[in-house]
Design a protein around this ligand. Structure first.
Ligand code: MG
Length: 356
């Protein structure tokens, strides 16, 4: 029988980003969670709260999740549903699932340490590397800065890139996407990401104006809550739609798939509540014939994605890996080498965080 949980401890950790995603909020925040079982074995996970919610997530872990988890099974797949049910009064997804991810990831780490196996190995990985795509949080960059970033990706041999759109004036988006497409040439893939900035008429107009640049996908044109809006938009435009980084439960992914809301689904492993629900969501998306593209967190997502079937690209944002941000006390198990993410064999998640 799996050992029971003796304690759950958490602390906040922040890093100043060399390339802030939100210029007014240059720090990225995580909450590190350590679980100890009754044998004294430990596992470490984290909740990711880049700009919003770190203190709330920390409080939920300390006040609600730790109290619930102590004395219960340390098998993450046994614990997850009961813990989610326990937290549900505070919301089916959002702060609850982000907080729960910290515990779930710590339990997967603990399971890996017990068996001296990596997360990728526990998940049945069949490979140790995947291609990356260059992803820029660059809406606030000048056109020159944007093109310089795209040139750095080209120089690394990267063949797919994603840029932000959603300028107040659509003509400016058109100019930027046109310039990036010209620099990329016809053979590299270009994705664009609106980060939920538009309503349906704006999204339709943007898709019409930008479709001629041969876009691999348009990401989050609308608020992620607007399932009917996505369904209507997808029927109207020729560009494939990607979304899912702000969708928190398997139920919501199922409803979106039923509504034919998107072509590509992008769960964020932390926002959905950890590895345990992310596995279910991945199965659901792939079973239903949609494409899966895990969102961000290459230090974690690459370890998850090497166990997925088919072609998956790892999203790589410049200077935003945990090691580059100074959040780790030991090298990350995931090394980005030019256009490839290589997953090194380490027990568990292989992420050792610095103390705050
Ligand atoms: Mg996005």
């Amino acid at each position: 029988m799996t050992a029971r949980i003796r304690s759950v401890e958490a602390y906040p950790l922040s890093a100043r980003m060399p390339r802030p995603w939100v210029p007014s909020a240059p720090h990225l925040h995580i909450v590190v969670v350590t679980v100890t079982d009754e044998n004294g074995d430990t596992g470490t996970g984290f909740s990711w709260t880049p700009t919003i919610g770190a203190a709330s997530v920390l409080a939920m872990i300390q006040n609600d999740i730790a109290v619930f988890a102590v004395g219960r099974s340390s098998d993450p797949t046994e614990l997850w549903d009961a813990a989610w049910t326990h937290l549900h009064e505070a919301g089916g997804g959002g702060v609850t699932t982000i907080a729960l991810a910290g515990l779930d990831l710590a339990l997967w780490d603990l399971a890996g340490h017990r068996e001296a196996r990596s997360l990728a190995s526990l998940l049945g990985a069949t490979r140790d590397r995947l291609p990356v795509y260059g992803s820029g949080v660059n809406l606030h960059y000048s056109l020159d800065e944007l093109l310089a970033q795209v040139q750095r990706w080209i120089d690394r041999g990267i063949s797919s890139v994603k840029i932000k759109v959603g300028k107040p004036d659509l003509a400016e988006d058109v100019d930027r996407v046109a310039a990036v497409r010209e620099l990329l040439g016809p053979d590299r893939a270009l994705m664009i990401d609106a980060n939920q900035r538009w309503d349906i008429p704006q999204a339709r107009a943007a898709a019409e104006a930008l479709a001629r640049f041969d876009l691999a996908w348009l990401e989050e044109p609308l608020r992620s809550d607007d399932t009917a809006g996505y369904r209507a938009l997808r029927r109207d435009i020729d560009v494939p739609i990607a979304m899912g980084e702000n969708v928190h439960t398997a139920y919501r992914f199922r409803d979106l798939i039923d509504a034919e809301a998107a072509d590509i689904y992008q769960p964020n492993i932390v926002r959905v509540g950890g590895i345990t629900p992310a596995l279910r969501i991945a199965d659901l998306v792939l079973e239903r014939g949609a494409r899966l593209a895990p969102h961000l967190l290459p230090d974690l997502s690459a370890q998850f994605a090497v166990a997925l079937p088919g072609e998956v690209e790892v999203e790589d944002v410049e200077e935003a890996g945990f090691e580059e941000l100074g959040l780790l006390a030991a090298p990350s198990p995931v090394k980005i080498d030019r256009a490839v993410a290589v997953v090194h064999e380490r027990p568990g998640l292989g992420l050792e965080f610095v103390r705050s």
